[in-house]
Design a protein around this ligand. Structure first.
Ligand code: ADP
Ligand code: MG
Length: 323
């Protein structure tokens, strides 16, 4: 099966029949967006052995590649539109692999109301599998939620708990499935659940946001840096899942590792005090577990973490302070 029959057989359906893609028979897609809107564009690449384990299931690679991009769009307050799918294969792909990969993407296309606008299919000699997605979303002009918009005194809200994905990765590496609740943590790592669908809320109530891909502290710092602010986090306000609490008790992970770990794909939101209550009420409608965990402060690039006494943590990176 050559490259073009792969595209025809497995990728064409991902266009969901959108006319601008011309059934992937043209050199490029022609896209239109609603008047008065802007295009929000983001890319993420997943490389075998770096971003996913060697030999990972095709459906997991497919969904993670798309969903990490959707998380970036969600954080910007953008509504998903379409994506470009770029794959470099180390070997001629098996048809079964392609079938599972494209079937998983098709399901997510429907779930998130997005279509594939095209891509590139290449081979990579002596390398490993690489899947890169560039996703595009739309936002009313001037309403994109940037990292730069946080203000002194803004409350930091996260849309849900952190630590499960970090635990999941650790368990996966260790091959440890001893507790039933651990499977949920592993799923959390393998299959991000991007906070798509709350764009209007973000546009209206949020000054700045970032998704938690690098880790809660690091991503709070990304907003702080972009907004020239500092961060104060109340460590005691972080509520961990049952799986994380169990794992901490068993010594499988430390509280700090759980808090610091990445891949949770919840959103960090900077919210001014007059909008906080309404936003929390609205977030409650999404069956999320939002938490108020701190605030943005005046000092530039300082992260203070207020411990609970029982869990004191050290912030290792230079220049960061804690008490
Ligand atoms: P070539 O690389 O020979 O120029 P193109 O890159 O033009 O071929 O690909 C032909 C068409 O197939 C284009 O419309 C392109 O967007 C689409 N396409 C190629 N690879 C993929 C892919 N992995 N997923 C979706 N569409 C793809
Ligand atoms: Mg090409």
């Amino acid at each position: 099966m050559n490259e073009f029959s792969v595209i025809e057989k497995y990728f064409k359906a991902l266009t969901m029949g959108h006319a601008g893609t011309a059934g992937l028979l043209d050199d490029a897609a022609v896209l239109s967006i609603t008047e008065g809107h802007e295009l929000v564009v983001t890319s993420d690449t997943l490389n075998e052995g770096v971003h996913f384990l060697d030999g990972e299931l095709p459906e997991n690679v497919a969904r993670k590649a798309l969903r990490v991009n959707l998380s970036d769009l969600a954080s910007m307050g953008a509504t998903p539109l379409c994506y470009q799918l770029n794959i470099a294969f180390p070997n001629k792909p098996e048809e079964e692999w392609l079938a599972d990969f494209s079937a998983a993407l098709l399901l997510d296309n429907k779930r998130y109301d997005i279509f594939c606008s095209g891509g590139d299919t290449t081979s990579i000699k002596g390398g490993k599998l690489s899947v890169s997605i560039t996703a595009m979303g739309v936002v009313p002009k001037g309403r994109a939620v940037r990292r730069t918009g946080a203000k002194v005194g803004d409350t930091i809200v996260i849309t849900g708990g952190v630590g499960d994905a970090a635990l999941g990765l650790k368990l996966l590496m260790a091959g440890d499935m001893s507790e039933p609740s651990y499977q949920a943590a592993i799923d959390r790592y393998l299959l991000p659940d991007p906070r798509v669908g709350m764009e209007a809320l973000l546009q209206e109530y949020v000054n700045a946001s970032a998704d938690i891909s690098d880790g809660l502290f690091a991503d709070c710092m990304h907003i702080a840096k972009a907004s020239s602010l500092g961060v104060e986090i109340d460590f005691g306000a972080l509520k961990f899942s049952k799986a994380v609490i169990e794992a901490v008790e068993n010594g499988a992970i430390s509280m700090e590792e759980a808090a610091r770990g990445g891949d949770d794909y919840e959103l960090i939101l900077a919210v001014s005090s007059d909008k906080l209550e309404v936003l929390l009420g609205e977030l409650g409608k999404y069956h999320l577990n939002p938490m108020v965990i701190g605030s943005f402060t005046e000092s530039t690039l300082k992260l203070y973490i207020n411990g609970t006494g029982s869990y004191r943590i050290d912030v290792i990176s230079q220049g960061w302070q804690h008490f």
